[in-house]
Design a protein around this ligand. Sequence first.
Ligand code: UDP
Length: 332
Amino acid sequence: MMNVLVVGGAGYIGSHCVRQLVAAGHRPVVLDNLVFGHRAAVASDIAFYNADLGDPVAVSQILRDESIELVMHFAAFAYVGESVTEPRKYYENNFVATLRLLEAMLDNGVKKFVFSSTCATYGEPQSLPIVETLPQAPINPYGQTKLDVENCLKAFAHAYGLSFAAFRYFNAAGAAEDGSIGEDHSPETHLIPLVIDAATGRREHIKIFGTDYDTPDGTCLRDYVHVDDLSRAHIAVFEKLERPGAAHFYNLGTGRPNSVREIIAAVEAVTGLKVPVVEDARRAGDPPALYADSRKAQDELGWKIKFTEVQAIIETAWRWHQANPEGFKGPN
Ligand code: UDP
């Protein structure tokens, strides 16, 4: 049993990880400033602190009071387009605040860290599927700030004996199987929730960003991976962090790419509803195809992908949507 501080534990992936930690017998403690997180995404019997990860006084106090042994960090801004127009925000939140968090950890002798990184650190990959050893060359400030943290972690592992794992997520999707928590971003930019909204009529249509890509049906290929599968990898990595200075990088994706059109067809199949579609221009900065080789996580962590089919992922998202069509109600 470990006492785990989950930074961003009221957000989409963090809140699912909190539940997986409880299921695995650990004690999660949540820190979230509720800018994007939802208080209702965290059960009321979990210790919850409304604080900023970049506030070393608050963080130090929590680390000591709760006898924290390991920190997971999910709290980042993640709008790629906004990162291009407002990079200050991204360097401040995603890099500077993370540095403050790491300093508070080191000052309090907490030396195990699990970090949410992204396939956006690879930029336009030289080959597919993407293996961890490919060169990293992000094409936007979002991906760059994540890569900057990865590099900072490497140096801290070497110099200060910090042990860490950085998980490079592909497209996180789906919701808790019981439909109790799920994806609720404001604004929402992700494909699956937007297609569901188009199916139910909450939105007029879904725009397909680009139909002339060099892919089988002309639309972009992405690797959609269930949030609970992502979460389980974060827990499976704990034993790898026992060695001081351990530095691990893992891709997390199913390795099965799906096109935008396939996602729309799968939503129609799951919901039984017709999705109105508008074909639109390419979105700037979208690589044609991104999918993972995640054999490293499977071999080293015994990571098993439960949701191997995108339709099963969409079924969980649909269950959540039906139970909570307005998402988490009330203020964050
Ligand atoms: N996409 C789309 N219409 C939308 C939103 C997304 O065609 O309204 C496409 C987008 O171009 C990408 C894929 O769906 O190829 C997944 O986009 P999302 O924003 O969900 O995740 P990303 O891959 O950008 O992290």
